[in-house]
Design a protein around this ligand. Sequence first.
Ligand SMILES: Cc1ncc(C[n+]2csc(CCOP(=O)(O)OP(=O)(O)O)c2C)c(N)n1
Length: 369
Amino acid sequence: MAPKNKSFDPVKALEEIENKFEMFQILDQDGKVTNKDAMPDLSDDDLVELMKRMVWTRVLDQRSVSLNRQGRLGFYAPTAGQEASQLASQFALEGEDYILPGYRDVPQLIWHGLPLTKAFLFSRGHYEGNQFPEGVNALSPQIIIGAQYVQTAGVALGIKMRGKDTVAITYTGDGGTSQGDFYEGINFASAYKAPAIFVIQNNHYAISTPRDLQTAAKTLAQKGVASGVPSIQVDGMDPLAVYKVTKDARDRAVAGEGPTVIETLCYRYGPHTMAGDDPTRYRTSDEDSDWEKKDPLVRFRTFLEEKGLWSEDQENEVMEQAKEDIKKAIKEADGAEKQTVTKLMELTYDDMPSNLKEQYEVYKEKESK
Ligand SMILES: Cc1ncc(C[n+]2csc(CCOP(=O)(O)OP(=O)(O)O)c2C)c(N)n1
């Protein structure tokens, strides 16, 4: 058979593909609707609920940072700046859907039903923080970069085999897309048309490594193309756009059409984690303030105020509620039983290997004193 294209230019072909991935947006940074036709089907109550969740979560972030500094929390990865990316995507889910989060994705877990006390215990490394209540369809936050992508392919395949109308959603950062697990996960889910949603939260830095050094790909969304996965890049500071693309991805997935890759363009205002990262060593204040102008809460507030759906009083009420919820949850976390090495070992092993049994006895002895 004669070749169809004698002058195929791979450089041009790549350029054409890359140029197709333009950022999808509905609400611009001034809170104006730029894409009316794409407006998602959300009631006024839904819109207000989404705003409440974003405000509540911003307060949780601020309080978590200070609780960490006081030594009252352990591991914490700040979330401010990523509220639209995290919460508007979770808002498009149903309660039965599975979330496979990364370490920064605690807000999605909370709004999927995880009690805040559990999130605090997770932060403290307490085993109760990894024991989720029945009905909260989620796994514990993954610390190994990219591993949740492979697990998501498996969970989604399980959902498909059980014939359920649900999906599995997972999150990683821009850095996570350089991991082998990322490609394996999306490829497997695509080959099996498993109902998965793969979110890449591109906050532009993997700790201190800028996104442009991370990969030569012009967009991260295009990484789905090679696996045959429909993929989209979205303004991750725009809650309406994030909701819309996630809802569409979910509809496709439950209709048996397979996974979607969603790249959300966003920014984390704070440090990578509270373990000593100093972003001023790798980001400029100009860059920070450019992103702050795109803030998801500010633009959504403007949008809602213009519709007469939001006021300063409402916002203050949510902030007060958040502070109260946090106070109560921290108190509950303080009341959790003291974690012992032996209990941790008992929970980890049904049948303990003999070398660990020896250590177990040593700790049992120590703890009895
Ligand atoms: C397999 C693996 N390699 C390295 C690390 C160390 N590490 C922790 S966070 C991180 C950067 C991840 O950046 P990104 O995926 O962009 O997510 P972000 O933290 O920005 O949300 C690295 C390399 C790890 N946890 N797991």
